[in-house]
Design a binder for this molecule. Structure first.
Ligand SMILES: [Zn+2]
Length: 352
């Protein structure tokens, strides 16, 4: 049979492709090394490997920017960073349910030493319109957070080119990235937010009487008011159902986490995505039981009711969904499971 040379050639090429040719080469090198007579007692000379040139870095590597499409609209999920609340489940409530939460995490092999908090910022581009959905933390000393500016650079979007910014609510991980050094980070962008949210923070005494937040609330109120002042010239106030950019963006009231907290329905043609914002802060706990909540909610009962309503709707329709605090890149679907739900993260795709 004359097939064996061909087969050998094929196998050799395949082995080379898989990097499996190192051994014969090493043997040959040892055999071909110039003969030398080692001095008595010295170890025999060993061939010195000369490294080849270092391959240049791939210019398309953007490890914290995930591109995808909504219809024909370009979209990117930028990781603004990650945190770990390392006080076990102490930020989760109600406290009498923590044992059940722990058991639920253990049953699915999830970490129980703390709550990981992902921060995902969604960017959309349609023609000249560049839209940022929340701003992330902004410039911080903590190197693990505040990556949005780097992400935009990686995409090739200058901050002057951003035309629209949308704010789901006033907490620091959402508004922080819209202000830098006392100036708007995106000077040419409208800042769109629910009127109820601005009214809450600017009211005579924002009501935290039903919240279990333990951080410095007066300082938080002061910081949010200061940021809103900086952004005031570009502020545009909205109500439930508003569509400021045709049907590309629809504001949806989702109160409870804060008074004017909103989710977004993003649509192009028949394709759509619901941005959950802060309806879920963990990829398992709030899905297993939507009545489990994080202490950052301003009005927990309302936040739970909002989550129940949305999860029922989104799971029924298998709607493609995006989570600000779900594991990056944050795309997936909410599916029914037992008495609750589960988050099914979408498989990564590199567009090929
Ligand atoms: Zn948040």
């Amino acid at each position: 049979m004359s097939t064996s040379p061909n087969r050998r050639t094929f196998c050799g090429a395949a082995a080379a492709a898989l990097g499996l040719v190192a051994l014969p080469r090493r043997v040959a090198a040892a055999t071909d090394a110039p003969a030398s007579t080692p001095a008595a007692g010295a170890s025999p000379a060993r061939p010195v490997a000369t490294p080849g040139p270092t391959p240049p870095p791939k210019s398309h590597t953007k490890p914290f920017v995930y591109p995808f499409l909504i219809g024909s609209v370009e979209a990117w999920s930028i990781s603004d960073g990650h945190m770990l609340f390392n006080d076990r489940l102490d930020k989760m409530r109600p406290p009498e349910q923590r044992e059940a939460m722990q058991a639920d995490l253990v049953a699915r092999g999830e970490r129980v030493d703390g709550i990981p908090l992902y921060v995902n910022v969604l960017v959309l581009r349609r023609g000249r319109e560049v839209i940022l959905c929340d701003g992330g933390f902004g410039v911080r000393t903590n190197p693990n957070i505040g990556w949005v500016a780097d992400g935009l650079r990686e995409i090739g979007i200058r901050r002057e080119e951003v035309t629209q910014t949308i704010l789901s609510h006033g907490h620091a991980d959402h508004i922080g990235g819209f202000v830098h050094a006392g100036k708007p980070m995106f000077p040419n962008a409208a800042l769109r937010v629910m009127k109820a949210e601005v009214d809450f923070w600017r009211g005579p005494s924002p009501d935290f009487s039903r919240s279990f937040r333990r951080d410095n609330i007066p300082a938080m109120i002061r910081d949010v008011r200061a940021a809103l002042e900086v952004l005031q010239p570009n502020l545009q106030l909205h109500r439930d159902g508003d569509q400021p950019l045709g049907d590309l963006v629809t504001f949806q009231a989702a109160p409870g986490h804060t008074d004017g907290h909103c989710t977004l329905l993003l649509r192009d043609g028949r394709d759509s995505l619901v941005h959950l914002m802060d309806v879920a802060h963990h990829h398992q706990l709030m899905f297993t039981d939507p009545s489990w909540y994080i202490e950052f909610d301003h009005v927990p009962e309302q936040a739970v009711a909002t989550r129940r309503r949305l999860f029922a709707e989104l799971s029924e329709r298998r709607t493609r969904t995006y989570g600000f605090h779900l594991p990056w890149p944050g795309l997936g679907r909410i599916l029914p499971q037992g008495a609750g739900y589960r988050w099914e993260a979408e498989r990564w795709s590199w567009g090929s």
